[in-house]
Design a protein around this ligand. Structure first.
Ligand code: IPE
Ligand code: IPE
Ligand code: MG
Length: 221
């Protein structure tokens, strides 16, 4: 990628990784094959994020609404994420990626939470890129939890993370689906028709170049 000057890079990129099911269905495959292909896309994008020099990448892996899917898909996604965290842990340690789970613990099964906790512990001294995996995450749940605890900004799940500068959603859908509502208040939105398994690092670079050309105003002039 032609380097984007640091001051034109978003401090925090958030991605709604959508379209795995449609990617699989278009190939006559099981939806689970789409999630598996989505894993390859995610780690290519992580490499791209490292190459570009991003500090924070938040990815929507499972929403508080996704429990409404058929039990077989929910079970697949739980096991799949657990396996992914274990298999990719050494890679993340080596690459300086710091993992952080963002979301409510309940009712995520213990064996999945343990894998998140292990990945967080193993990568705790890393600092190149924060990879925030939003799992059983809902923006409304986060705001309810924060409001109960007191001041909202101090009680978000990751209060130290900067606001989202660039929010990407794949698969042509143009909605937030309850993602990072507080943090994205002034985010630049980027929608692409690409389905998530087809979104690789070059697609990230294209989004970053698009972002670098935008003029943000934050209500001012
Ligand atoms: C995104 O892909 C992954 C998750 C929500 C876990 P989908 O599974 O939503 O794929 P589509 O939207 O049905 O194509
Ligand atoms: C958002 O995608 C959640 C994740 C990507 C994990 P969905 O596919 O669940 O969102 P809707 O249902 O189309 O709004
Ligand atoms: Mg979807």
């Amino acid at each position: 990628m032609e380097a984007i000057p640091t001051e034109r890079l978003p401090a925090h990129v958030a991605i709604i990784m959508d379209g795995n099911g449609r990617w699989a269905e278009a190939r006559g495959l099981d939806r689970s094959a789409g999630h598996e292909a989505g894993e390859q896309a995610l780690f290519d994008v992580v490499e791209g994020a490292l190459e570009a020099g991003l500090g924070y990448l938040s990815v929507y892996a499972f929403s508080t609404e996704n429990w409404a899917r058929p039990q077989s898909e929910v079970e697949f996604l739980l096991g799949f994420n657990r396996k992914l965290l274990r298999e990719r842990r050494d890679y993340m340690v080596e690459r300086g990626v710091r993992i952080r789970r963002i979301g409510r613990r309940y009712p995520v099964p213990d064996d999945v939470l343990e894998e998140f906790d292990a990945a967080e512990a193993a990568t705790a001294s890393n600092g190149t890129l924060f990879l925030q995996v939003c799992f059983n995450y809902g923006g409304r749940a986060e705001l309810e939890d924060a409001a109960k605890a007191g001041s909202i900004p101090d009680n978000l799940y990751a209060p130290d993370a900067p606001d989202v500068d660039l929010l990407i959603r794949t698969s042509g859908e143009k909605r937030l689906s309850n993602f990072l509502l507080w943090q994205s208040a002034y985010a630049e939105l980027y929608f692409t028709e690409k389905l998530w398994p087809d979104f690789k690092r070059d697609a990230l670079f294209e989004a970053l170049r698009d972002y670098a050309r935008r003029r943000r105003r934050f209500g001012g002039l």
